[in-house]
Design a protein around this ligand. Structure first.
Ligand code: NAI
Length: 242
């Protein structure tokens, strides 16, 4: 049990999620990172959070499975006593042209990127409602705002996150819970490592890919500092969507 504020970051062992976990630790939060499979990476991130002076734990569960997500969140509550910040970050891509898209590609992306937000946020929001405070940040994407050829599944899921963010912000505002989203552009992580960087950079007004820390700073701002901001989607994309 702890009196300190607690943050949960899904998909927090690497990439953007890891940067968010470290930034929230720097802001004074104990941080639980959820991870799907890579225990070594998760343990390394936990060590890095602890080195910042905060308590940390890694919790393995599949965010696209309602039962395991709910069980894990109840276990987190039992151990840490509260959840003040939730970052719905876990996500995957399974790109294909729509005419060739397989059921598995469509369903896995919708399950992991959108249904997960329902599975994880419902039990967490019950905790936040009891606390009468909380802040939720959802990871959207430029793809969910302007659409991306070859990513009908991903664009649909991320646009879903935008609608989810706005509806939930209205529902939970009276309980002192804020809900916002970040829409990253192209960020240098495992997810984008095989993309043609030179071609992409030409389209970005700031002429560079973003770093996970660029997203993490915005997530921390929305989660921690932005007391009067709810229902917003902040683009962090080097100007891509202008
Ligand atoms: P990444 O591939 O490095 O990290 C994704 C994380 O999600 C990994 O830790 C992975 O284990 C976890 N994850 C995947 N499926 C999971 C599941 N079923 N249960 C639990 N965890 C699961 O990717 P990156 O770039 O760090 O992405 C993080 C978020 O940011 C994703 O939602 C992604 O869609 C979004 N995003 C990323 C952009 C980029 O350019 N990298 C651009 C726009 C949005």
């Amino acid at each position: 049990m702890t009196d300190k504020k607690v943050a949960l970051v899904t998909g927090g062992s690497r990439g953007i999620g890891k940067a968010c976990a470290l930034e929230l630790a720097r802001a004074g939060y104990d941080v639980i990172i959820n991870y799907a499979g890579n225990e070594e990476a998760a343990n390394k991130t936990v060590k890095e959070i602890k080195a910042l002076g905060q308590n940390a734990a890694a919790k393995k569960f599949d965010v696209s499975n309602k039962e395991t997500a709910e069980t894990a969140i109840n276990e987190i509550l039992a151990e840490f006593g509260r959840i003040d910040v939730l970052v719905n970050n876990a996500g995957i891509t399974r790109d294909n042209l729509f005419m060739r898209m397989k059921d598995e590609e469509w369903l896995s992306v919708i399950n992991t990127n959108l249904n997960s937000a329902y599975f994880v946020t419902q039990p967490v929001s019950k905790i936040m409602i009891k606390q009468r405070s909380g802040s939720i940040v959802n990871m959207a994407s430029v793809s969910g705002i302007y659409g991306n050829a070859g990513q009908a599944n991903y664009s649909a899921a991320k646009a879903g996150m935008v609608g989810f963010t706005k509806a939930l912000a209205k529902e939970l505002a009276s309980r002192n819970i804020r809900v916002n989203a970040v829409a990253p552009g192209f960020i240098q992580t495992d997810m984008t490592k095989d993309l043609p960087v030179d071609k992409i950079v030409e389209r970005i007004p700031l002429k560079t890919l973003g770093q996970p820390e660029d997203i993490a700073k915005t997530v921390k701002f929305l989660a921690v500092d932005a007391n009067y901001i709810t229902g917003q989607v902040i683009g962090v994309d080097g100007g891509l969507v202008i």
